[in-house]
Design a protein around this ligand. Sequence first.
Ligand code: ZN
Length: 275
Amino acid sequence: MQVLGSGGPEVQDKRASTSYLIWENGRARVVVDAGGGSALRFGESGAKMSQVDVFLFSHFHVDHSSDFPALVFSSWFGDRKRPLPVFGPSGNKFMPSTTEFVHDLFSDPRGAWRYLSEMVEPNPEGTYELQPHNVAPTSTPVLVFRNADMAVYAVSVVHGAFPALAWRVEIGGKRIVFSGDTDGEGEGLTQLASNADIFVAHNAVPEGAVGVERRLHMPPSVIGTIAANAHVKQLVLSHRMLRTLGKEDETRTEIERRFPGPIRFANDLDCFPLN
Ligand SMILES: [Zn+2]
């Protein structure tokens, strides 16, 4: 599991915004989110979009989605010769659904980058085409995508009023779970993260956060409780923001009261092997 973007929305954190990549045997198989700066990190990682089997979105805040068109246009020059399935949440009045998001970007005649409308129109076999799908809200984990050697599950998580998903990728006998942005409410994320080999949780607020910060994100105590209840094997803290950077010792202490570790703080391009 490689972290392409370990930051949140702030550019002053000098980190790319949220994005993760799952490699298997030297091939980039899964991308989760594409926040600002992550397209550059994707290139630096050596990955190619032609290798990717599925693209997953946790939600459509800017810091999770704004480099998607950059990655797509970059890969237009590559050698991808098959459709790319894209999965993410359904919409509501605050956010587009995944199908709306992709069509708002690329469809003719209204899309911002409609000059790439070929990307979302039915194409002959053997061409690169984006195939967006909405995941209906679900309080328990559901299978969303499967191919010969991979299964991908999602569950809805609470992130204010914004439709949001946590993701689990099962590949090579391993389970990799991404919390996405959430306040940690409900049992779905704990179920999804059950026995995860790696649980990537978002360290967006410090312990004691209140108000809108706390309503959108989980403090370290909640991350530790979920990691412990789910018996995860390794915790990776990402989506680091100015309000949590520099507070790693306190964060670790709060989590270790509940979860024995190991706990790692993510930086851009860090790789977490699974052997
Ligand atoms: Zn975020």
